[in-house]
Design a protein around this ligand. Structure first.
Ligand code: NAD
Ligand code: TYD
Length: 352
């Protein structure tokens, strides 16, 4: 089987690519990634020379490139993760999110459709999406697969739109698809603009920790490797035309999470307990900030037997350990060096 994974140089994509390359030596795994600021091939340097793995630098907003790619490699399945993924950036530049998340997704759907000329037997288009499409919860309740879409940020609006297009191609052209909507991921290799890695980096450098608003916003956190395991399961066992919610059963108010992170970092860095907490600074709130996300993941649990395997305190410890042991990875990002990794390693191999 030949599988296209888009966005494989990003945070979740790199964990998924590694899992598939290592677990399925008989699959050919193609990772297509534009290497935007969020793409980092250093994430995959341990598997880059595997014979069942190929990287191609390319932009999903370029329809001609995508069509040629599909005609050349005839992917049996697509697992689509490539996206602009950060809410704060979407507030500053919504159009970039429309281009990649909406137009890029439709380019992939079109290429998949025309490659298989509407004969989709044993084919699959799997879209990796977010719980943010459902908008915000109040203090109680959980998102289920039947919760209405009600996105509030340009990021979530673009992901909602791409979900709708995937579903519409399924309904209109009988294209086999699955969508999963997952809660907030954390773990190693996450770009240090998202809450947890940003704050780990700031604590290392004794910089302020900017908590938005009063910090009483709630997110449901899932260890990234558990997400990759769930994707593997859904890819192989999920029902066509279904959506599955994936979550950590693990709600934390931002301020409580940040205090836990501060305590664990103080212990690891042999600093006086309480010293990192002093770095917390309450700052102007994010516009349109969703109060609470929380997933009811009972469908994937009951139908496919998935549940998270790593509890949050343990996952956070592993994450902190990884960032402390891989300060070069962080420093390469802060210095911009990570963006020359592709030229150094792949220049002669590019198939653009
Ligand atoms: P990320 O920002 O870390 O990685 C995105 C990857 O996509 C990068 O490697 C980037 O170079 C690539 N990319 C961006 N634009 C591209 C384009 N035009 N063409 C080709 N490649 C492009 O994102 P992530 O956190 O790993 O998220 C991956 C997917 O999972 C996204 O679709 C996101 O919406 C979804 N998701 C993320 C979370 C989360 O907590 N991070 C939760 C649920 C769902
Ligand atoms: P983030 O990691 O950006 O994920 P998302 O917005 O997709 O949930 O943010 C997680 C939560 O942390 C969210 O409620 C916003 C908040 N936050 C801060 O308080 N300060 C920050 O510097 C960042 C990046 C996020």
């Amino acid at each position: 089987m030949t599988i296209l994974i888009t966005g494989g140089a990003g945070f979740i994509g790199s964990h998924l690519v590694r899992l598939f390359v290592e677990k399925y030596p008989n699959y050919n795994i193609f990772n297509i990634d534009a290497l935007t600021y969020a793409g980092n091939l250093e994430n995959l340097k341990d598997i880059e020379s595997r014979s069942n793995y190929s990287f191609i630098k390319g932009d999903i907003t370029n329809g001609d490139f995508i069509n040629e790619l599909f005609e050349k490699y005839k992917f049996d399945a697509v697992i689509h993760l490539a996206a602009e993924s950060h809410v704060d950036r979407s507030i500053k530049d919504p159009l970039a999110f429309v281009k990649t998340n909406v137009i890029g997704t439709v380019n992939l759907l079109n290429a998949f459709k025309s490659c298989w000329r509407n004969n989709f037997e044993k084919k699959l288009f799997y879209h990796i999406s977010t719980d943010e499409v459902y908008g915000t919860l109040g203090k109680t309740g959980l998102f289920t697969e039947t919760t209405s879409y009600d996105p509030n940020s340009p990021y979530s609006a673009s992901k909602a739109s791409s979900d709708h297009f995937v579903r519409a191609y399924g309904e209109t052209y009988d294209m086999p698809y699955i969508i999963t909507n997952c809660s907030n991921n954390y773990g190693q290799n996450q770009f240090p603009e998202k809450l947890i890695p940003l704050f780990i980096n700031n604590i290392i450098h004794k910089k302020q920790l900017p908590v938005y608003g009063d910090g009483n916003y709630t997110r449901d956190w899932l260890y990234v490797k558990d997400h990759a395991i769930a994707i593997d399961l859904v890819f192989h066992k999920g029902k066509i035309s279904e959506t599955y919610n994936i979550g950590g059963f693990n709600e934390w108010k931002n301020i409580d999470l940040v205090k836990l992170l501060c305590r664990q970092m103080d212990e690891k860095l042999d600093r006086t307990i309480g010293s990192s907490e002093k770095l917390i600074t309450f700052v102007k709130d994010r516009p349109g900030h969703d109060l609470r996300y929380a997933i009811d993941a009972s469908k994937i649990k009951n139908e496919l037997g998935w549940k998270p395997s790593v509890n949050f305190e343990e996952g956070l410890k592993r994450t902190i350990d990884w960032y402390l042991n891989n300060e070069d990875w962080l420093n390469n990002i802060t210095s911009g060096n990570y963006q020359s990794y592709y030229e150094k390693q792949y220049n002669n191999l590019a198939i653009e």
